[in-house]
Design a protein around this ligand. Structure first.
Ligand SMILES: NC(=O)c1ccc[n+]([C@@H]2O[C@H](COP(=O)([O-])OP(=O)(O)OC[C@H]3O[C@@H](n4cnc5c(N)ncnc54)[C@H](OP(=O)(O)O)[C@@H]3O)[C@@H](O)[C@H]2O)c1
Length: 269
């Protein structure tokens, strides 16, 4: 999207921590005017002020978008302070895990509201965000939300807000699983004889390259895996361990995503 469209009325970001900060980095890199961006955060990173973003000072009364990126546990304290923005002209976008549209509606009864679940690769324009809107989020509001999140990666529209918990368990938390895969690959490389820095370089580039290849064409991940796997070769030996139906990656990842999804449901308020 042309983020310049937001530059007239402004964007207010409440909570510029890891996720809010990653989004703001992405938006600023893609044309959001720092002078139209307003951060509210008790301990803001000095880099926002250094880049010309308004920090904790005179946010507009009628911004185009209010983005909520505080921890779900903070929402109860934060929402009552923001009610003035819920008059209907401002699109409210919450990226919080757990916090339900119903809860947001009790603070912003007149507002179009979109729940969005992004992930941190948004900072480099390679995030993916799932979105679900309330009844007041008409086509124009959903378009604005999709454009906002689309500026920092792909966007998936959900039919049902309840699916956001599963999205949180998969792609919201997912970058952490992949970073841990890099750590595990590097440690395994050291265990089979590589220097630590070489192993980390190989692990990082292997995951990044495989990810880029998986996104680059129409081949399924299964086909791409098969293309690496020579009959009776090295990959087949490795995959025999990794694809063990009981002790391999599939049941482990299934438990991982289920645990994260369950936690999102527990955080529900
Ligand atoms: N991190 C992710 O990968 C990710 C992905 C998808 C969604 N999310 C969602 O994004 C939200 C933020 O998560 P996070 O990981 O970015 O956490 P975080 O790094 O702790 O960011 C939250 C920010 O909000 C600030 N804050 C606290 N009280 C505030 C208040 N009253 N008004 C304004 N700002 C306030 C915090 O400041 P202090 O640090 O000083 O308390 C912090 O800078 C959560 O709801 C989470 O579910 C995160």
């Amino acid at each position: 999207m042309d983020l310049a469209k937001l530059n007239d009325r402004g964007l207010v970001l409440v909570g510029a921590g890891k996720m809010g900060g990653a989004l703001l980095d992405g938006w600023l890199a893609r044309g959001l005017d720092p002078a139209s961006a307003h951060v509210i955060d008790p301990k803001p990173d000095p880099r926002w002020a250094a880049r010309g973003v308004n920090v904790n000072a005179d946010p507009p009364a009628d911004p185009a978008v209010l983005v909520l990126a505080v921890k779900p546990q903070m929402m109860g304290d934060v929402l009552p302070t923001l009610a003035a923005w819920g008059q209907g002209r401002t699109l409210v976008v919450s990226v919080a895990a757990g916090t339900r549209i119903k809860t947001l509606e009790s603070s912003f009864p007149a507002a179009p509201i979109v729940r969005a679940m992004p992930n941190t690769p948004a900072a480099i324009g390679q995030g993916i965000t799932a979105v679900a809107g309330n009844a007041r989020a008409d086509a124009a509001a959903m378009d604005l939300a999709a454009a906002l999140m689309g500026a920092v990666g792909q966007v998936v529209q959900l039919d049902d807000e309840a699916q956001i918990d599963a999205v949180t368990g998969l792609s919201g938390s997912g970058p952490a699983y992949v970073f841990h895969l890099i750590e595990a690959l590097a440690e395994a490389g050291v265990a089979v004889g590589l220097p630590a820095d070489t192993a980390m370089t190989l692990a990082r580039a292997t995951v990044a390259g495989a990810g880029a290849l998986a996104l680059s064409g129409d081949e399924t991940p299964a086909k791409l895996r098969e293309a690496v796997t020579s009959p009776a070769g090295t990959t087949a030996a490795g995959l025999a361990v990794l694809m063990d139906p009981d002790a391999g990656l599939r049941p482990l990842i299934a438990r991982t995503v289920a645990a994260a999804t369950d936690r999102a449901r527990e955080l529900a308020q």
